[in-house]
Design a protein around this ligand. Structure first.
Ligand code: CP3
Length: 341
């Protein structure tokens, strides 16, 4: 690997510089992305290895980032499970037949990555060949709670009323569904590792809607199951948002790296998580709508909080937001390089 700073930081080994990559680094804020997106739907792009490969590489060409992340989605396994998936224009994912009853849960089909997402595995192989060891490639999946919330709600949600109703009224069914989803996640991630992914990230984007006791009872056991079921040959990043009040529980889920959002100071978060884990984060993505000077100041603050300890991976606290100026993405990456030890 020509640039192994990211892999080293995942293992808490000293790296040449603080590695940086950005969640959602491929996407609509880039004109190169839009040139392809104008001709193809999002799902078509995911399902065409040549297009997924090209879009994965766009940010690697544009910025001095230390990792690539495969262009895909956490919801790609759904059709294989018998759940119909669409992306409505400007509305995000829509699931026509959400899972709401015990019968729905019983009917969830086993997921087979070779049968259900062959295009993703092909795309990973193509990207690896194109990268030619320039930087490592990240594979990813939704964590069980976040996937369950989409599958039950049928799309994004404000209060998670449908998902929590099952959780609170019929915990047996909740546990059954989470168990099935965990098996899907394990298969999805192991197939990506076999295809060549060199690091894996679990996105638990919505788990922070749970209080600590519910997190412990209804989500944590399944993150643990996934972490235990995934091949140990590559580092795993366990990322969630809005979990700052119970990071001591989040870390019990496992993973080499814990990803944190911006609602917690990096040094305080790392202290709670413990220095036997690496940490990823945690710039507020909206800072990228400010000025270069403000971006520099805030990047420096985060790097200072890592105190030169090996095992800090610089990232945003959540994905790049649509409309982010490309120059400010570059400003973040440049500032990390400028201030890193
Ligand atoms: O980071 C990367 O560059 C890799 C690509 C990536 C996408 N989705 C591409 C995408 C990753 C890592 C994801 C993960 C994902 N998908 C998550 C977890 C990450 C997070 O932000 O917490 C979630 C919740 C999803 C589900 C999803 N997919 C939503 C809610 C949306 C709509 C929101 C939006 O930005 O439109 C998508 C669509 C999607 N996934 C797009 C991209 C580039 C936009 C598609 C388009 O071009 O219209």
């Amino acid at each position: 690997m020509l640039n192994d700073s990211f892999l080293k930081a995942c293992r808490r080994q000293a790296a040449q510089h603080t590695p940086v990559w950005l969640m959602r680094q491929a996407g609509r804020y880039m004109k190169e992305y839009m040139a392809i997106r104008e001709k193809h739907s999002f799902l078509e792009m995911c399902r065409t290895p040549e297009l997924a490969c090209e879009v994965t590489l766009q940010p690697v060409r544009a910025f001095e980032i230390d990792a690539a992340i495969i262009f895909a989605d956490i919801l790609l396994p759904l059709p294989g499970m018998g759940i119909e998936l669409e992306f409505a224009k400007n509305e995000g994912p829509v699931i026509k037949n959400p899972i709401r009853t015990r019968a729905d849960i019983d009917a969830v089909r086993a997921f087979d990555p070779q049968r259900d997402v062959p295009y993703l595995l092909e795309a990973i192989k193509m990207v690896k060949a194109e990268l030619n060891n320039k930087v490592p490639l990240i594979g990813f999946s939704g964590a069980p709670f976040t996937l369950a919330s989409y599958i039950i709600e049928g799309g994004g949600s404000r209060n998670y009323v449908e998902a929590k109703s099952i959780m609170y009224k019929d915990p047996d069914s909740w546990h059954l569904l989470m168990d099935k989803i965990s098996d899907v996640v394990i298969a999805y991630l192991n197939a990506q590792i076999d295809a060549g992914a060199q690091v894996i990230q679990l996105f638990d984007s919505w788990v922070g809607c749970l209080g600590p006791d519910d997190f412990e009872k209804f989500a944590l056991p399944y993150t643990k199951k996934v972490v235990n079921g995934v091949k140990k040959t590559v580092p795993l990043i366990n990322f969630g948002t809005n979990t700052g009040t119970y990071l001591h529980l989040v870390k019990q889920g496992g993973g080499d790296v814990i990803g944190v959002d911006w609602k917690v100071r990096l040094d305080e978060a790392w202290k709670v998580i413990g220095y036997n884990h690496a940490i990823q984060g945690n710039l507020d993505p909206v800072v990228l709508f400010s000025t270069r000077a403000e971006i520099k100041r805030r990047v420096k603050d985060i790097i200072d909080r890592a105190e030169g300890r090996p095992g800090h991976i610089f990232n945003l606290g959540h994905g790049i937001i649509l409309g982010t100026p490309v120059d400010n993405v570059r400003a973040v990456v440049d500032a990390v390089h400028e201030f890193s030890v």
